[in-house]
Design a binder for this molecule. Sequence first.
Ligand SMILES: C[S@@+](CC[C@H](N)C(=O)[O-])C[C@H]1O[C@@H](n2cnc3c(N)ncnc32)[C@H](O)[C@@H]1O
Length: 390
Amino acid sequence: MRLAERQQELDAGLLNFRDLWHPQPFREIRPAWCEQWPALTDELLALPEALVAGLNDDLPAALNLLAKHVPGVAAIAALSELPAMPQQALAERAKHWAWEIPGRKREQIEAFAAATVNCGQPVLDWCGGKGHLGRLLALTWQTPVHTLEIDAGLCDSGSFLAHRAGVMQEFVAADAMETATWPQSGQHAVALHACGELHRRLIQQGAAKSVDCFDVAPCCYYRGVAERYQPLSGGLQLSLSRDDTRLAVTETVTASPRETRKRDRAMAWKLGFDAWRRQVSGDAYRTFKPVPDIWMRAEFAEFLVKMAEREGLALPSAGVADEFEAQGWQRRHDLMRLSIVRHAFRRAIEVWLALDLAEYLEQRGYAVALGSFCERKLTPRNLLISARRV
Ligand SMILES: C[S@@+](CC[C@H](N)C(=O)[O-])C[C@H]1O[C@@H](n2cnc3c(N)ncnc32)[C@H](O)[C@@H]1O
């Protein structure tokens, strides 16, 4: 399927199911879809704890569950599935090229490099940190590399590593959002996990300067989004809020049983406080500042008093703590289950965002491929936009 067609279908599909993925069950205790899909709601609320974490993380399984109840959802799963980019073997290199890089990061960099086809042009490594990717490309392609990075300390460390590896890699300490000098035409622009506005800037500036080749793995799409995401390509019906763009990168972090218990308790207590606050000051969710860890170590009653004081509310009357702690645990139970619906659309939203970047380039005369450069377990931000000016 052509990218433009996939974009249009996904745009329409996500718009169609907006009522399922847009509401946040920690704000809306029972999102409106619960009434529209009572059998789905019942099935979710009855799920045993052992299945819940898995379904919040395994998006195809979650979409399958939804598809049993909601006609048309299966199409979203198909539209969110992208091919794996072909990988080429990387040229032999000295083993110590990556001594400083943590194992998983090194594997991501190697996978990105293996999925990237050499254009025969000097490389610009955009927001490159210590320039590990740039160094690997300089080594394997024997090509000059510029690594642009805002943090001068990272540039210094990177220069040292480049010198030691004997590669042609120069560091430019500059703000990617400000510089007018980079990227330059005649460069192959690569960006591994340049956040939100940084990857968007590269793509827009690069296309304006007729950069021939792009290989971009985006991340943190919400960075630089004020209220609403401004699509780069035209003709889209869906409009995403900043929170929607965050949903694209919300992962369920695998935690030890001890950490899971701590996280569950923190969630239940915050929801318990929210339930109490809704009762005393009106029924709407309000955000609050992060809660100090130490407050979670006492009893719920003490926690409730501290939160009430901090939020400028009258103190809770004696004896209400047990009731609201129980409500908090019940809400955690429901929230974990109802969130499966919202989370099921995460990848689809990420693909929609990546397609927006890909289509922007296609509309400006590039041949664009979009796929994954590594398995999700290596990094969930595994999409690669590969564009060549025709
Ligand atoms: C997630 S890291 C990715 C680093 C590298 N590409 C990698 O994959 O190892 C994002 C990098 O962008 C840099 N950065 C953030 N804002 C920047 C800006 N305005 N201009 C240039 N670099 C920036 C950060 O310092 C950081 O090194």
